[in-house]
Ligand binder design. Sequence first.
Ligand SMILES: NC(=O)c1ccc[n+]([C@@H]2O[C@H](COP(=O)([O-])OP(=O)(O)OC[C@H]3O[C@@H](n4cnc5c(N)ncnc54)[C@H](O)[C@@H]3O)[C@@H](O)[C@H]2O)c1
Length: 269
Amino acid sequence: MSTGHVGQVVVVTGAGKGIGRAIAEKFAAAGAHVVVNDIRADAVDAVVAAITASGGTAVGVTADVSDSAQVATIFDTAIEAFGTVDVLVNNAGIVSPMLHFLEADEAWWRRIIDVNLTGHFLCSHRAARIMVDQGAGVIINMSSGGATRAHRAFTAYDASKGGIEALTRAMALDLGPYGIRVCALVPGSIDTEGMDEEARRLRGENIPLGRPGDPDDMAGPALFLASDAARYITGDVIRVDGGMLAQQRSATVDIMPPSNFPKLADLAD
Ligand SMILES: NC(=O)c1ccc[n+]([C@@H]2O[C@H](COP(=O)([O-])OP(=O)(O)OC[C@H]3O[C@@H](n4cnc5c(N)ncnc54)[C@H](O)[C@@H]3O)[C@@H](O)[C@H]2O)c1
């Protein structure tokens, strides 16, 4: 297994847009060989073309991560193209449709759990069987603040993300002896749809660092976890949220809002 990113074989699910795309592109720019997965073929083609045009190496696989036969094609393609899998980024996930718990139904629950939680299991299971053979590997799961603090009308999503954090710890214990590390990233409020300036400002008011995240903000932490610099980190959950989950109350309703913070001029001497 390569411990720098050059030549690392990295599978990123749901890499057709948003956070997954940013992570795939960052790995490719760092010299990794990237397997770009998404359920949308047009998105897969666009990302592979963009990586290749920038001088990177990528192959695409259109597949639904909730379907074990389709998941097999992701890893078969990785083996065929690059010979192994060093890193799996389980990024694919769905949030919608939002439904109040009283309006929810079984099909809604099952689809969100299937894609978000079962998708993580199916891809990880395949990847781990490959990584075991080389005695090394890294699996990065994608959680959410919803794993520990609830969103309204997101019961299935929040439950899936809580499951992903528990899965991360449990897999880390089972796979550690085989040299495989398993961690999760917790994105905060990441602007994957291109909010306008006013929407970004309003969203930023409730975030200690003052702005929503951009997809590329998630990429550095992913590359770090996949690197030798993180070789003693496993079973952990790392928040990448501008401080959102560190706060008890949002800035707009806190006892001392940031607008009352001391001005630099008042702090002289
Ligand atoms: N954006 C945020 O603020 C945020 C916050 C917390 C967690 N997350 C998590 O980060 C991950 C990425 O989020 P995003 O905002 O970039 O999402 P996004 O909707 O922008 O992109 C997700 C991609 O996954 C693909 N996808 C959906 N279902 C799939 C399936 N069954 N198989 C394969 N691909 C599939 C979609 O086609 C899409 O290209 C998700 O797991 C999400 O829950 C995002």
